[in-house]
Design a protein around this ligand. Structure first.
Ligand SMILES: O=C(O)CCC(=O)C(=O)O
Length: 239
């Protein structure tokens, strides 16, 4: 199977039900209907969570209030070598939590009001709660994130990841684990989405078991983008 499906609720007009690249229109205010993105082993839901005016305001607040990691925290350990990450990054969350990503263990900074505002909105909208967020800031289309899965051991098994985006609309690509690189055993088409300003992508189980995702470089994109992935991390009692 190399097809995926974008479903809209019955009666929904405009855009049809099988578009390949879900790109949300911008309603004057508030939310758009959910688009269900389904393929073998992939289950995601996408919608505009914030209308333009609110998304603009939140983007500005994030720019003013989020403090990104500096120094050694801006490096990644990949195949035995340290690299500067091609974007800015930081984690916020409940005290005591830690999260290891590409060889680096992150301790979250304490929650700030703008992050609680976004987190509360996601919970209101989806019923899911989150205790941790990883924030990535891409200054322009040269900044990117390589193919990976969000399958860290610290995550609560089967919990969804809520990915909220502000700023420049960027392409986001899912690739099935059997269809990667020279050793691919199957030909499953990648799934390409565009993540718009104020949008929410819910990545549900088992998406991160079978599918890698990336945000590729896009030289024509000149504006910044901020992405926040809200996660549920296990709290382990300290001895
Ligand atoms: O910026 C994005 O949309 C992707 C971020 C991401 O892949 C991650 O936080 O794991």
């Amino acid at each position: 199977m190399d097809k995926y499906v974008v479903k809209r609720p019955p009666g929904e007009t405009g855009g049809g039900g099988g578009g390949k690249r879900p790109r949300a229109e911008e309603p004057a205010s508030g939310q758009s209907p959910w688009q269900e993105i389904r393929a073998e082993g992939l289950s995601c839901d996408y919608r505009l969570l914030f209308g333009k005016a609110e998304a603009d305001e939140i983007f500005q607040q994030l720019e003013e209030e989020v403090e990104y990691f500096e120094g050694d925290m801006t490096k990644l350990h990949v195949f035995g070598k340290w690299h500067d990450i091609p974007r800015k990054q930081v984690t916020y969350g409940d005290p005591e939590l830690t999260y290891t990503y590409s060889g680096v263990t992150f301790s979250p900074k304490p929650w700030i009001p703008v992050l609680n505002r976004i987190r509360d909105r996601i919970t209101l909208d989806t019923g899911h709660t989150f205790n941790f967020v990883l924030i990535n800031r891409y200054k322009d289309g040269g900044d990117h994130i390589g193919e990976h899965r969000d399958d860290e051991r610290e995550l609560v098994p089967r919990s969804p990841i809520a990915s909220v985006s502000f700023g420049a609309c960027r392409d986001f690509v899912f690739r099935h684990c059997d269809s990667r690189g020279k050793n691919a055993t199957r030909h499953i088409k990648p799934i390409k989405l565009q993540l718009a300003h104020g949008s929410l992508l819910m990545m549900k189980y088992p998406t991160n078991v079978y599918w890698y995702h990336s945000l590729p470089t896009r030289k024509r994109v000149l504006a910044p983008r901020i992405n926040l992935t809200f996660r549920k991390v296990m709290t382990i009692a300290k001895k």
